[in-house]
Design a protein around this ligand. Structure first.
Ligand SMILES: Cc1cc2nc3c(=O)[nH]c(=O)nc-3n(C[C@H](O)[C@H](O)[C@H](O)COP(=O)(O)O)c2cc1C
Length: 321
């Protein structure tokens, strides 16, 4: 691959979602391998003390990287958590030879720049069964499971999300971290700017509580959230770092599948970040799966605003770094 092709692959990887847009990934490009590193300076210790969500984000970046390589005609062979590597290496990606990209993979690759967190209300239109099935298959293709919340589970889940939000809002460390990663000036390439924050959540809102508006956005009068979003819990079958990297790839496969089919999504993570509510959610789903991400999916009314990204140069580790 040419230097420009490799740069484009890294750029697409860097368009993955990450908690508070922290973009905790970096890449070392060697002659026969690309290493995916996590960036220790981009951790969020108050919200994500175990770095589970950091690995989800890096897994999502890895999925983008795989699609980008496939799009360039290279079959990626991935080793998660390779032995004998530096402690920051989460994956190694080697070439398994050249292969013609499949059309459905090119469509997912093309969905990468179109995917944004859509925190504004959706239109009240149900998600068709064919789209739900495609998203279930996307999770399974990455050795994970997507549980679609049933009508009977909506009430209990809503209670858990509210409780988790209250727990986090009562923590000065959580609030300080949120404040540090929101409301940044437009020329800062990390964090969630007010332009991408969505409307300021109100007490009447059912699902969207996390406030990225940093006090800047006045909520338009009469703006109401949809009454029945599709809610989907992305679960891994096992626990641990490898399972979290798989879950990140699965979440991104699901989200890009949704994007390709004209759907929008946002994440609602508090219920999974707070250990007690995550445990209750796990029991609610039968006690065997491990919840990793909660997605709200539907038809967005209007385009979501892209969040900024670090420059590609900033994402590439030099040999002497
Ligand atoms: C592990 C993880 C957790 C996230 N949790 C939330 C959340 O609770 N609420 C939310 O609105 N966005 C959440 N996000 C979305 C990020 O804020 C978003 O990906 C980031 O700001 C970049 O914006 P983009 O998704 O539009 O590219 C999460 C993303 C990841 C990967």
């Amino acid at each position: 691959m040419t230097a420009a092709e490799i740069e484009h692959v890294i750029e697409l990887a860097g368009l993955a979602p990450s908690l508070h847009n922290s973009q905790p990934w970096r890449f070392r490009v060697l002659p026969h391998v690309i290493e995916l590193h996590y960036d220790p300076s981009h951790r969020l210790p108050a919200t994500d003390p175990s770095e589970r969500e950091l690995r989800l984000a890096c897994g999502a970046a890895l999925f983008n990287l795989r699609l980008a390589l496939e799009g360039a005609g290279v079959r990626p062979v991935v080793t998660l958590l390779p032995h004998l590597a530096e402690p920051t290496v989460l994956a190694e990606i080697r070439s398994g030879g050249r292969a013609e990209p499949r059309p459905e993979r090119l469509r997912l690759r093309d969905a990468i720049p179109k995917r944004h967190s859509h925190r504004a209300p959706f239109r009240d239109i149900p998600v068709p069964a064919a789209d739900r099935n495609q998203m279930l298959h996307a999770a399974q293709a990455e050795q994970c499971w997507l549980h679609l919340i049933t009508p009977g589970e909506v009430g209990p889940l809503e209670g858990l999300v509210h409780r988790a939000h209250r727990v986090q809002e009562a923590s000065p460390r959580f609030r300080a971290e949120m404040a540090a990663w929101t409301g940044r000036p437009a020329d800062v390439w990390e964090g969630v700017p007010a332009s991408a924050a969505g409307p300021k959540p109100g007490p009447q809102d059912q699902w969207v509580h996390r406030d990225f508006s940093a006090g800047t956005a006045a909520r338009p009068e009469g703006l109401e959230y949809e009454s029945h979003p599709l809610l989907a819990v992305l679960c891994s079958h096992r626990e641990g770092q490898e399972a979290e990297l798989q879950a990140g790839q699965a979440a991104q496969h699901v989200w890009l599948t949704a994007t390709d089919r004209g759907l929008s999504a946002s994440m609602i993570s508090e219920v999974i970040e707070v250990p007690d509510t995550r445990d209750e959610l796990r029991q609610m789903l039968g006690g065997t799966l491990h919840p990793q991400a909660l997605l709200r999916i539907g038809y967005g009314g209007g385009a979501a605003v892209p969040a900024p990204r670090r420059a590609v140069d900033d994402l590439i580790l030099d040999d002497d770094t």
